[in-house]
Design a protein around this ligand. Structure first.
Ligand code: IMP
Length: 193
């Protein structure tokens, strides 16, 4: 059965191929499926955005589709960067976006934050299945570490021993992160199908 990944991100494509191929899916990237479509992320939640992307591709292909949407929510910033994590305040680099978060929290003790991933799988009947992963933590006082990407240098997870995610080995994220949790639920679902 064909499954299309609603992304052009090579890292995600590799990850989803590894997850789905053992379950007998023929996994195709958007490009391999010849779908040239950039879906506008106009939803007001991660779930809505994940569904929008998957649904648009399902409507074109009538194949199984997988899509996801993730981001960082900081309580004292009213949930920002949230849906705008990848383009927070229109800033061009990850470093600038991290600095904007640190600046927004200057002098604040309340630094609770969480990473969220929402995965949408549309199956062969067109039914949607949603898998959400949440990773709670706090925002550090300054950047630290070089592993990972995005907000990892300023995020200290509740299970991270006080270290930023970017200071931990990559294997830590692979087992503890928001994405790892959402993927774990997806795999449990695939096993139960
Ligand atoms: P995406 O929806 O998975 O592409 O994630 C959107 C944005 O959220 C990324 O560009 C990052 O800024 C941020 N983000 C998502 N997941 C992570 C993570 O695991 N570490 C750091 N930043 C992340």
């Amino acid at each position: 059965m064909k499954l299309i990944i609603a992304s052009n991100n090579q890292g995600k494509i590799r990850e989803y191929k590894d997850i789905f191929e053992p379950f007998g899916f023929l996994v195709l990237s958007q490009a391999e499926a010849d779908i040239n479509l950039e879906v506008a992320e106009t939803g007001s939640t991660f779930e809505e955005n994940a569904v929008l992307k998957a649904r648009a591709i399902y409507d074109m292909s009538h194949c199984c589709v997988i899509s996801d949407d993730s981001g960082l929510e900081v309580e004292a910033l009213g949930g920002e960067p949230g849906l705008y994590s990848a383009r927070y305040k229109g800033l061009g680099t990850e470093h600038e976006r991290r600095m904007a978060v640190l600046k927004g929290l200057e002098g604040k003790d309340h630094r609770n934050a969480r990473f969220v991933t929402c995965i949408c799988f549309i199956d062969e009947t067109g039914a949607e299945h949603i898998f959400t992963g949440i990773w709670n933590g706090v925002i550090a006082e300054k950047e630290e570490g070089t592993n990972g990407f995005g907000y990892d240098p300023i995020f200290i997870s509740e299970d991270g021993n006080g270290k930023t995610t970017a200071s931990m080995p990559l294997s830590f994220k692979e087992t503890h992160s928001h994405r790892a949790k959402a993927v774990k639920s997806l795999i449990a679902y695939l096993r139960s199908r």
